[in-house]
Design a protein around this ligand. Structure first.
Ligand code: PMP
Length: 435
């Protein structure tokens, strides 16, 4: 076994396996769209990972909200291996028990009514892309197709062309225009703007709304929860207009915020039942798997036979990974762990006494430490040097999205790092605005 892994690591030729050697090899072979790698990671266990030089890090990012069970979880490993050793892949002309069981499990956890259906993908972007196509299937009573889709400023929904049309950030969009049309971005959390978008005047000018798409907590915009009541208003307006309410829970779903779905928390969703929810990231515990849950009788009308598909979507090994991840979250009571350790992490960092820490915001174990100055990139670098993985999600915000298995002691370990933060000498003097 270790011989196979050694062969994989060496590739075509013997090489220098230090971090420096690997980094050089990376630069020569991998398209570094995210910049040069900060470290080359070779192993993980629980909430820790190790780099090629043998240094250990507390992983407070978990592959960006992915490794729900931490690294190398024995149940996840066993489930993947057992499924792969039984039936590794079939075409979409066939079903498998694992795929069906995962669909049933997601519908149960979502509290989805009769008629609801699941479409499987391999990533969050693909889940959003499928949801976007579903919005194109919404028609008015006279059969006229609707193409007007509302999204929010600050939104991140992925970077394939359809998903990118929903993503707001100009730097991601502009090099790839023209994008699919019809998307309008509304100011974040602004109820008046939302009501206006559905008003008779707006409909007369721009057409009826097909869908409203939002993340319950915007992840990439700096971990920004929607204000209470906002989604309930969006639900009322979309229902009245015959439009879809699409929630992108790629980052917030599968326990990350302390409930299976963020919309299930009264403070976030206000009891709404969405029409479509996208999932990925934490769903497979590190294995690439995404899903779209379409709610209720309308589900069957959203993607007709032959209208969408992917070779790998519903792959039994990916489904087994998701079932094992969900199974361990249920068995080990990880939703309450997320709420308790999340609250502790938040409190310990807010009270750590560093003059650089302004506040902590977010829900469960999706948090941002907001700084008094825009030095998040510097803080992330210092964290890495101190043996912690975090990410600068905004100039003044450091994101924490650790494994859901994080312990109270590990939360305190994280807070001890933030306590060491002093104001840097070369401080930019512009205080950040509210995101
Ligand atoms: N939607 C949201 C809310 C996300 O946070 C992300 C990833 N950051 C995506 C979609 C895209 O998912 P993926 O990277 O798996 O394609």
């Amino acid at each position: 076994m270790s011989e196979i892994l050694d062969t994989l690591a060496h590739g075509a030729a013997p090489r220098d396996l230090s971090s420096a050697g690997w980094t050089e090899a990376y630069r020569r072979s991998v398209m570094d769209t995210f910049g040069p790698p900060q470290r080359i990671l070779v192993r993980g266990e629980g909430a820790y990972v190790w780099d090629a030089d043998g240094r250990r890090y507390l992983d407070l990012l978990a592959g960006i909200a992915v490794n729900a069970l931490g690294h190398a979880h024995p149940t996840l490993t066993a489930a993947i291996s057992a499924q792969l050793g039984t039936l590794g892949h079939v075409s979409n002309f066939f079903g498998t028990p694992t795929q069906i069981a995962l669909a049933e499990t997601l519908l149960r956890l979502a509290g989805a009514p009769d008629g609801s259906r699941v479409f499987f993908t391999n990533s969050g972007t693909e889940a959003v892309e499928a949801a976007f196509k579903m919005t194109r299937r919404v028609a008015s009573d006279d059969g006229t197709p609707r193409t007007r889709v509302l999204a929010l400023e600050g939104a991140f929904h992925g970077r394939s062309m359809g998903a990118l049309a929903l993503t707001h950030k100009p730097a991601y969009r502009e090099p790839f225009e023209p994008l699919p049309g019809g998307v309008e971005h509304l100011p974040f959390g602004d109820t008046e703007a939302l009501e206006h978008a559905f008003s008779p005047a707006a409909v007369a000018e721009r057409g009826p709304v097909a869908a409203f798409v939002a993340e319950p907590v915007q992840g990439e915009a700096g971990v920004r929860p929607l204000p209470p009541g906002y989604l309930a208003l969006a639900r009322r307006l979309t229902s009245e207009a015959g439009a879809l309410l699409v929630l992108d829970e790629v980052q917030t779903g599968v326990g990350r915020t302390g409930s299976w779905f963020a919309f299930q928390q009264p403070e976030v969703g206000g009891g709404v039942v969405p029409d479509v929810v996208t999932l990925a990231k934490g769903l497979g515990g590190g294995f690439p798997v995404g899903a779209v849950v379409a709610f209720g009788e309308r589900a069957a009308t959203l993607l007709g036979r032959g209208q969408h598909g992917t070779t790998f979507g519903g792959n039994p090994v990916a489904a087994a990974a998701a079932l094992a991840t969900i199974g361990v979250i249920e068995r080990d009571g990880l939703l309450s762990n997320v709420r308790e350790v999340g609250a502790l992490l938040r409190q310990e960092i807010e009270m750590c006494g560093s003059p650089l820490v302004r506040e902590v915001r977010g829900r469960g174990l999706l948090l941002a430490v907001r700084l008094t100055h825009p030095v998040a990139a510097d803080v992330a670098r210092r964290a890495l040097d101190a043996g912690l993985i975090v990410n600068a999600v905004a100039p003044d915000a450091v994101r924490l999205a650790p494994p859901l298995v994080l312990t109270a002691e590990q939360a305190r370990e994280a807070a001890r790092f933030f306590a060491t933060l002093t104001l840097p000498d070369d401080l930019p003097d512009d205080r950040p605005d509210d995101l």
